[in-house]
Write a protein that binds this ligand. Structure first.
Ligand SMILES: *Cc1c(COP(=O)(O)O)cnc(C)c1O
Length: 420
């Protein structure tokens, strides 16, 4: 179905129904002004050209109105987050009342665990995937300790089998069958940052709930990449960041999902702040805490408007392009990458990401046997921005909004040259 030549890649770009979006991003260049092959949107997404305008609007309104900008700005700051909710809800497949943009990712994970990890003496363990992102593992371990348990016993790793790289659902079933009574929370990183494996959210949630566990997902590598259909999955909570596939700038605010069944759940602990309080009486200052219904009720602080402006610039692009279209292109673009890498016919190369497009996002994790970090340096020198993970894996993530078929072609061509 694909062809291994540059003119084919160029032709695919010509026919690409999302081709105009590449022009809407600032793509880093080398010293001679040539665009780099940027395949690192899994780490930091590129800047939309419109972002500076959106930021400037808020700077201007701050200059013009000072504190009155909360109500008088072009986009008043008090309800600013509400303007992001609908678009974000579509991207993660949730109802608007289930989604809130606030804090940062690891902070949100902790706040969600305050509510959804309420261990008892006998049911206190947490399951994560064995190659979880380090921050998630630290957060989970520290929560286990905080509640007076020992992570050596309280943390269960869902591991790939000996000689395999991917986690099998049957093995999670086995863990649940054996230890489900002791497990309080299943918290899985979806899509896995290392292998690119995207886990079946609905199946995992169902399995966890059968054993009376809470189930949450970290969608740092999922949001803006795959469609997690959070509401339908039934997950209790999810967290994500917006600076990877959601292109909203380094360290930008995170997102949070709380399933509507918990919208007003009085049984959940929660750490609170004034921004989670009833909007009508928030400024009366002396009231007892009166939580907003839904995800909004988990807010703590008045949010960073400048960061939200950047998120808004990005979400407007997603809204216009349509997430289904983005996903359709993504499957094809990553399929092309896979095809070209396989065409190299190099025995040292093994793609560890699942072959089934429904079990992965845009990223491919390419293992190169006996390679070391020098390979990554050489790729960088050849104008390819990718990322490296010890001992021998290059991760490349063609982002459908700004990467092209020619980008993918150039990457594989340069990789081949370096390997030969
Ligand atoms: C990127 C990433 C993080 C980073 O956390 P921050 O709190 O945003 O610094 C955490 N977990 C996962 C799974 C990630 O991919």
């Amino acid at each position: 179905m694909f062809e291994n030549n540059l003119s084919y890649a160029q032709q695919q770009d010509q026919q690409d129904f999302l081709k105009s979006y590449r022009e809407q991003f600032l793509i880093p260049t080398n010293e001679t002004g040539e665009k780099l092959v940027y395949l690192c949107g899994n780490s930091l997404g590129l800047q939309p050209k419109k972002t500076s305008e959106y930021l400037q609007q808020e700077l201007n309104d701050w200059a013009k109105f000072g504190v009155e900008g909360h109500t008088d700005a072009e986009n008043p700051w008090l309800p600013y987050h509400e303007s992001l909710t609908n678009s974000m809800a579509k991207i993660v497949g949730a109802k608007p009342s289930e989604v809130i943009i606030m804090n940062s990712l690891t902070a949100n994970l902790h706040f969600m665990m305050v509510s959804f990890y309420q261990p008892t003496k006998t049911k206190y363990k947490i399951v994560i995937e064995s190659d979880a992102f380090p921050s998630d593992k630290y957060a989970v371990e520290s929560q286990i300790k905080f509640h007076g348990f020992n992570p050596n016993d309280g943390l269960i790793l869902w591991k790939p089998r000996e000689g395999e790289e991917l986690c099998r659902f049957e093995d999670l079933e086995e863990i649940m069958k054996e230890q489900g009574d002791e497990i309080a929370l299943v918290m899985i990183g979806n899509t896995n940052y290392y292998t690119g494996q995207s886990f079946p959210l609905k199946k995992i949630t169902h399995l966890g709930h059968q054993h009376n566990c809470m189930v949450g997902f970290d969608l740092a590598h999922g949001a803006g990449n795959i469609q997690p259909n959070l509401h339908e999955s039934g997950a209790d909570f999810a967290v994500w960041c917006t600076y990877k596939y959601l292109n909203s700038g380094p360290g930008s605010l995170g997102g949070c999902f709380v399933h509507e069944r918990h919208a007003n759940n009085p049984d959940l602990n929660r750490f609170t702040g004034w921004w989670g309080h009833n909007k009508q009486t928030r400024f009366n200052m002396r009231h007892d805490f009166d939580a907003l219904s839904g995800a909004e009720g988990w807010q703590l602080s008045n949010p960073a408007i400048l960061s939200m402006a950047a998120i808004r610039a990005s979400l407007d692009i997603f809204e216009e392009a349509g997430f289904e279209n983005i996903r359709t292109k993504s499957k094809k673009l990553t399929g092309y990458l896979e095809f070209l890498v396989n065409e190299l016919n190099d025995e040292r190369i093994n793609i560890i990401t699942p072959k089934n497009p429904d079990e992965r996002g845009c990223q491919l994790s390419i293992q190169v046997k006996n390679a070391d970090k020098k390979l990554h340096t050489q790729l960088t020198e050849a104008g390819v921005i990718s990322d490296w993970r010890e001992p021998d894996v290059i991760r490349v993530a063609p982002a459908p909004l700004y990467n092209s078929f020619v980008d993918v072609y150039k990457f594989v061509e340069r990789l081949e040259k370096i390997l030969s």
